[in-house]
Design a protein around this ligand. Sequence first.
Ligand SMILES: Cc1ncc(COP(=O)(O)O)c(C=O)c1O
Length: 383
Amino acid sequence: MIKINAAVDQIELSGIRQFDEWVSKIDGVSKLTLGEPNFVTPQHIMDATKRALDQGQTHYEASAGNPELRRATAEYYNEKFELNYRASNVLVTVGATEAIATALKTITAPGDYVLIPVPCYPAYLPLMALQGVKPIFMDTRATNFRVTAALIEETLGQNKDKSIVGFIFNYPTNPTGISYDCAELSAIKDILKMNGIWVMSDEIYCELTYDQPHISMASLYPEGTILIMGLSKSHAMTGWRIGFVLAEERLITAMKKVHQYHVTTAATLSQVAALEAVTNGKQDSVSMRDIYQTRRDRLVTLLKKIGYNLIKPDGTFYLFVQVPEKLKVTSVEFCRKLAIQEKVAVIPGSAFTEFGEGYFRVSFAASDEQLEKVVIALKNIGH
Ligand SMILES: Cc1ncc(COP(=O)(O)O)c(C=O)c1O
């Protein structure tokens, strides 16, 4: 019998995807499960891609990405977030997912420890496990799901015997929607810098912030930041699979090797679409963000009115809502019952590590009818 690598045997398929697959079997279920914008990619991006296809642009692209796309991507993020990148600081990847995998593979080694605030987007953990890297969880429940410089300092103090090399940061945060202001980020930067710790900053929701401008970690700590970006959320381009790593040229050169041997390059037509997005689609996210904001405000008001505890998200299109304590059920039990009884699907908080237990995540990247339905369903089940 062919043996499977024990490290692969030990990781699990994504809890989000597993739950989504389970609920998809329920007839007529309304899904507010995946982080999938319910908009189609802007028309001008699709038109540019169609033209490229008609011209026969069907060949391999340069490994690190189309040179013009790398240049335009640097400019795009420089303009939006006061950064200082050039084409050579950009790697074009197959979604932010491959950006994260390639970055982790390039800058960590078996036995390294990295700090990670929890609950968190779960994909980081299996990638770390495959690499033999160990997470040190920072429980953010006591600080309203916010990571603070004090929490990092305390965690470092408790783990002096371990070789902590990095900090995995994601904001606006999936699943809580938390984001940070300049003072908070500066304090975090100070403690990381003082301890020689790099930050892999996954800012894929940077254009979906509502009440405050997004400040990139890379603007505060350029030498220590590996910035993860992508077009999946900002341009409703999940299916095109385009992400980016932005970092020091030395790191990008090293990452290019890992990327090349895994995927050669991102798909050529998707890179054409990405170039159109970052050149002529600089404002594409604005109208989508405004719609998400209206939905957020409505949903927050309605759910609070029917007695749910939640944190108003600063960004993303997720609400992280507490399972009513009086029901005395786990988040999985709650979500299963909601799906079977009310035909509405949301993701159990435990999919975001055990620190998300007691909560569920609602994606409001969904139609108004779906949002009406989730409020009625939660009202029915919560009482
Ligand atoms: C925090 C975070 N990072 C990365 C990704 C992956 O994005 P992509 O579809 O570009 O691979 C997601 C997707 O939901 C996410 O929520």
